[in-house]
Structures are given as C-alpha cells and as structure tokens.
Design a binder for this molecule. Structure first.
Ligand code: ATP
Ligand code: MG
Length: 296
C-alpha cells in the first residue's frame, strides 16, 4: 500500500524542515534498508542519510531493555534472556511482546537532549499492516490477561496513557484507491473511531493515478473514434480504446475516493503514483512534501 514508503518520505520531509526524525520499524522486515540503501539497520538508531535515523525494534531487544530497566537485574539481564526457557516463559505470557515494544517506544519518545527538548522528533513508527494497528485496540484485553500488579502491569498502564495522549501520538492510515484496500481501511477506521483510544491523524490515499483525460474531453474522444471508424485507421482506434480503458479505471478510482470521503471524518490526502519502476530518494522527497501538504 505504501506504508513504509510514506514513513520514509515523511521522515525525509521532517529532516528537510530541520527536525531530527527517527523511523522505527517493528519486527525484522528491514524495509528501510532497501529504501535508504545504507546497510543493515539494527536495534540501535543509526543515521541512514538525508537527516533521517532508523532502527528495527525487535521484541528480543525490547524485552532485554524491559528486564534491564524494570526488574533491576542490571547486567544480568542479558544472561537471563540468553536462557531460552525463561525467554519462552516471558514470551508466552499474554501481551508481553506488545507491552515491551510499546514501552521501548515510550522511552524513545521521552528521550531528551541536554536542553530538555525531545531527542527524536518526530518518531515515525512503521506499523506492519492492519494487525499492528489492531494490537493497539487490543490493549484492554491484554490488560485483563495480566495478573497481579507487577511491573509489567504498571508499564501497560503507562503505555496506554501515552497512546491516549493526542498531543504526543497520532495514528495515520494509508490505503490504495481500489475496492479491497478501501473496504479494509473503512473497517479499520470505523473500528478505531468507535474505540476512541487513539487520536487519528490523516488518511493517505496512495498511488492515485493521474486523471487520463478530463471528462469534457470525452466528446473529443468520441469524435476521434468516429473519424477512426470512417477512415479505417486502426491505430487511432487502438489508442482510443486504451484511453477509454484508462478513463474507466480512473472513474473506478474516483468512486473509491468518494466512498472514503463520505465515511471518513479525518482529512483525506491523495498522493500520486510516482513511478511504475523503483521509487528513488528523489521520488520520496517529493512524496514527503506532498504528504506534508506542500505543493510541489
Ligand atoms: N506513490 C507511489 N508511487 C509509486 N510507487 C509506490 C508509491 N508508494 C509505494 N510504492 C511502491 O509500492 C511498493 C509497496 O510499498 P511499501 O513497501 O511502502 O508498502 P507497505 O504498505 O509498507 O507494504 P507492507 O505491507 O508489505 O509493509 C514498493 O515497491 C514501493 O516502492
Ligand atoms: Mg511496509
């Protein structure tokens, strides 16, 4: 759909505006390695060029940080995590992976420079498909699954507070202007909107094709088609058939955009299909500007 592409583009745009953005990729997808082409990206944030830093937030690293920061075991944390049996036990507990991941995000959000300003700003989290967004909705259920009042439960309460803080956390959605992604996005949006647990930002509709012809030009196409028929010019009629197919595709796209506009109450931002080939860093810069609402 373009989630990772958009995260990279928005981060580049933030850097261009003088901020210090961090891209956080959850799990081990390594999409940012391919986008920025700067070698492996690990658990520690690292400069990937264009003023952007990136990291992969894997559960193992987040769990190690959690143990080190909360269980007061200090240097023993790694030793304990290296013990496979204990690792399995911790992972098996409901919600542990989610809570330690959110806890790491919280500590990144709260990192400060010497002057007290946020160290990373903004932080773009590349949520992997709809599942990750739904994970946020599942937090109350996770809470019920955690027994007692131990550090994990306290932590969950504090990360829930962060997610609910509309000044600090915004969830943006990305979709494509075709039927199935739109359907899925509407369901997700309505679910999130109903739950009211997180501030929704914008809905980016990515890869909107250029309008092939204005509708006023349609009569011209009809005239051309007639001329083609009269003169028996095959090539002309082939071109016209192609043009009409593009127009039909575009009108289906328009229908999907209308469908979104009638049901979604957050701003819709249409983004163009930049290329049919590989997206370059220059393409990303342009996409970032458009996504941030700047005419280019
Ligand atoms: N506006 C665009 N114009 C042209 N190509 C694009 C655009 N947006 C994304 N792409 C291309 O589409 C493909 C999918 O994009 P991307 O990896 O960002 O999607 P994703 O939503 O992160 O996918 P996944 O769910 O697999 O993580 C990539 O090859 C990317 O370069
Ligand atoms: Mg992705």
């Amino acid at each position: 759909m373009g989630k990772s592409t958009l995260v990279a583009a928005l981060a580049m745009e933030a850097a261009r505006r003088g901020m210090r953005p961090l891209v956080v990729e959850l799990g081990h997808r390594a999409s940012m390695e391919a986008v920025f082409g700067q070698g492996p990206i690990g658990y520690e944030p690292h400069d990937v060029g264009r003023g952007v830093s990136a990291m992969n937030l894997g559960v193992e690293g987040a769990l190690a940080d959690y143990v080190a920061d909360n269980l007061r075991l200090g240097g023993f944390a790694k030793l304990i995590l290296d013990n496979k049996a204990l690792g399995r036990f911790l992972f098996a507990a409901p919600g542990v992976a989610e809570v330690v991941t959110l806890s790491k995000l919280k500590s990144l959000v709260e990192m400060r420079k010497a002057d007290g300003k946020p160290y990373w700003h903004p932080i773009f989290v590349d949520l992997d498909a709809t599942g990750h967004a739904l994970m946020l909705l599942e937090l109350p259920r996770v809470l019920d699954g955690l027994v007692g009042a131990g550090p994990l439960r306290r932590l969950l309460a504090s990360v829930s507070d962060l997610l609910a803080d509309s000044d600090r956390v915004i969830l943006n959605l990305v979709t494509l202007p075709t039927e199935l992604p739109v359907q899925e996005t509407l369901e997700l949006y309505e679910n999130l909107d109903r739950q009211h647990r997180i501030q929704l930002g914008r809905l980016y509709v990515n890869q909107v094709p250029d309008e092939p012809l204005t509708y006023q030009a349609l009569s011209v196409v009809d005239d051309l088609a007639e001329a083609g028929l009269r003169t028996g010019d095959r090539e002309l009629s082939d071109d016209i058939a192609l043009g009409r197919a593009a127009l039909r595709r575009f009108s289906r796209v328009r229908d999907q955009l209308k469908r979104l506009a009638t049901r979604v109450r957050i701003p819709l931002v249409e983004l163009p299909r930049l290329t049919t080939g590989e997206v370059s860093l220059q393409d990303l810069q342009r996409l970032g500007r458009l996504a941030a609402g700047e005419a280019v």
